[in-house]
Design a protein around this ligand. Structure first.
Ligand SMILES: Cc1cc2nc3c(=O)[nH]c(=O)nc-3n(C[C@H](O)[C@H](O)[C@H](O)COP(=O)(O)O)c2cc1C
Length: 343
């Protein structure tokens, strides 16, 4: 066990007394400092099982989900912590402050979070500049979205700006059409809207590929709150447009699993243990419907090693965590890597 793994359980009660967003900001700052001091080397001694997915070699199957490092300020530290890949963002063309605070809430009894951050981020160019200087061997995905004041009929322009800006530094690009905290964003999951969006972005990907001499896979991140018909329609479009991968899933707007909790009615997306079942249903459905060469990254509710193994067994090629890390700390990274390596 590394120093940092021992340290987190000691720090956690103190962090949990702070407002959730303040605790997050402080933890990331401490982590960057610890990395500079060489204290994050949990990779040593954790099994590394490289996997080639979408033509990229991932050092292991575990990634950091989007939203934890919206500004790409700590990618080297996340890599040192043991993550095989890091998805930064969501990034929008212009910087934006996000929703008024407080906008992040813990539901510890459920190992869950509710957030309505609203894509607070420094803008795509700022993240690109930081990523140019990265040293980590972890694969880096750039998750892109639209500014809150860009109408849906112009959304494609925002995604194009971000795709072009990030292409040279990204290992993959994730198109986020599933955050519940940007008004109307999830409407882009409607069949015609998603077809138009993906077809435009795939065309641009082809010309960027010729221009840069490298292929950067294009993935779409989807919501867990989709009907069977919506899932079938999306899978149809993904197969037809030859999308490079799917990330399932984002947070849920459903509150059934946390009904009665004092925070249950906070507006936003629910994540952590309560979203796992629904995320897994959506993952399984896409695994059945997508052509076998379109990989799925499974995310939603991984709070222990076995949850990651379950997603791989349901058809995920790779997995990601967010909320589980808040509750378990870096020990979760080791546990997932140990259990996925031996499964
Ligand atoms: C505070 C917070 C912010 C998030 N921000 C983003 C984001 O900017 N873009 C995105 O695609 N997903 C975002 N997510 C969703 C996570 O990446 C993930 O899909 C979701 O939380 C389910 O995984 P989990 O149960 O492991 O947390 C955010 C989640 C949380 C808790």
């Amino acid at each position: 066990m590394t120093l940092i793994e021992t340290f987190y359980p000691v720090m956690k009660p103190w962090l949990f007394r702070l407002d959730a967003e303040k605790a997050h900001t402080l933890t990331v700052k401490l982590m960057i400092a610890a990395h500079r001091l060489g204290l994050l080397q949990s990779v040593v001694g954790t099994p590394q099982q490289p996997r080639t997915v979408m033509g990229l070699t991932f050092p292991n199957v575990l990634g950091l989900g989007a939203g934890m490092d919206k500004s790409a300020s700590a990618v080297d530290a996340w890599g040192a912590l043991g993550f095989g890949f890091v998805e930064v963002g969501t990034l929008t063309p212009r910087p934006q402050p996000g929703n008024p605070k407080p906008r992040l809430f813990r539901l510890p009894e459920h190992e869950a979070l509710i957030n309505r951050m609203g894509f607070n981020n420094p803008g795509i160019q700022s993240a690109v500049d930081k990523l140019q200087r990265r040293k980590t061997k972890a694969v880096v995905g750039v998750n892109i979205g639209k500014n809150f004041d860009t109408p849906n009929d112009k959304a494609v322009d925002d995604y194009l700006i971000c795709l072009k800006a990030a292409y040279s530094v990204a290992d993959y690009i994730a198109v986020n059409i599933s955050s519940p905290n940007t008004k109307g964003l999830r409407d882009l999951q409607a069949e015609d809207a998603v077809r138009q969006l993906i077809s435009t972005l795939k065309d641009e990907q082809a010309s960027l590929q010729a221009q840069h001499g490298k292929t950067v896979p294009l993935l779409v991140k989807i919501a867990p709150d989709l009907s069977d018909m919506q899932i079938e329609a999306l899978a149809r479009v993904f197969n037809e447009q030859r999308i490079d991968g799917v990330i399932a899933t984002n947070t849920t707007i459903d509150r059934e699993a946390v009904a009665g909790h004092a925070r249950a009615q906070e507006t936003g997306g629910l994540s952590g243990a309560p979203v796992r079942e629904r995320s897994n249903i959506v993952l399984k459905a896409f695994h059945t419907l997508l052509q076998p060469d379109i990989p799925i990254i499974g995310i939603g509710g991984i709070v222990k090693g076995g949850d990651a193994v379950e997603k791989l067994n349901l058809g995920a090629a790779l997995v990601q965590v967010y909320s589980g890390l808040v509750y378990r700390g870096p020990a979760l990274v080791r546990e997932v890597l140990d259990q996925t390596a031996s499964s």
